[in-house]
Design a protein around this ligand. Sequence first.
Ligand SMILES: [Zn+2]
Length: 417
Amino acid sequence: MLQRLRGHEVWRERLRTAPEAIRSEQDLSDVPLTLKEDLRAAQAETIPDRPLGAFQLVGAGELVQFASSSGTTGAPVFFGLTANDLRRWTAGIGNAYRTAGVAPGARVAHTTGMAIVAGGLPYADGIRAAGGGLAWIGGQTSSRMTMSMQRLQLNVLVGTASFVPHFARRCEEELGVPATDLSVRTIIAGGEPGAGVPHIRQGMLDAWGATRVSEFMGLGDVLPAMWAECHVGNGMHFTAAPDVMVELVDPVTLEHVPWEQGATGEAVYTTLTREASAVVRFRSRDQFVVTGTRCACGRTAPTVRCVGRTDDMLIYKAMNVYPTAIRDVVLDVASDVLTGSMRIRKETAQQVRFDDPLPLQAELRDGTGADGAADVLAAAEEAVRASLRVRIRIEPVPVGVIPIGEYKNALVYVEGS
Ligand SMILES: [Zn+2]
């Protein structure tokens, strides 16, 4: 694979220190990391017949599909697939869906409305490859989406961690029956960290009367589904071998972190089979904790939880903190009064440092007033101070103030945006 990349200008210099063949992650230690910004910058200028920019490795005539990132953290980046890439993606994403609980007999609600994103058409292909019956209900009015849930008796729901409970409320509003009366028993939630957090997980199970939540994730830059949770429910297995090599590195020192229980690090990916837009040592910015190295399901790949994005990290008076960590502590204390939807307000997109308590907007459950919740929220602020050494100020808001998209919701937002 590297031999082929060395023939392209954009990779030649980067791979100068790489050995002829990669046998282990150690062989890659000296190869520079590839950043999302590198891919984005390469697409900033228009090159004739190279719609994907300098990282496009095949002729435009070989591209059979285009896909893009969601653009949650900047301008979207576009990817291309050759016919062979499309086959490998479909098989690889199908493998992840099988791990997450899709099998023949599953009637799967696919809720994203955007076909071009990595979690759009590629997920639809993967759901069918896993043997599931695809019902792509996203992108319609909520009345049509909810009616499809009922009429087709869909029993697997694929959506983001924040959309899943929101959609349960819409079903009840539109159909006049609680979502628990519908047929959903398995929820496959990804696109953002959250499905691994016990309170958020339980909230999804309760909202739908489901029996299983499978956390799920991947990256369009690499493969849109690389991690999926088995029925044991102790974290996500890596499902993307042999198409992708994954390394775990310390996000500050960039040293390798061993795959041992309790270890934390950022996932770095190298595509091994991708033709149109390959990446070597791509920094995902996803921070993982290893939850186990042996699983009762028999799979030998370690299990992980995604605990946040390394570029979401904030600094409160020299203490590093992830918004996801704050959310977890707040929900530990206050899940009786909060839905779990919350976000930290920044003054500018670039703001990382805070000297005053972090302003945290948090959504109250229906029927809960701000006055009634005040004591519990004060206790949550205190719990965050005690366990993370970070001060926050919770601003309770009713349902509807914090926007919930079908695709990737951010845990930080900029004032006035
Ligand atoms: Zn397992």
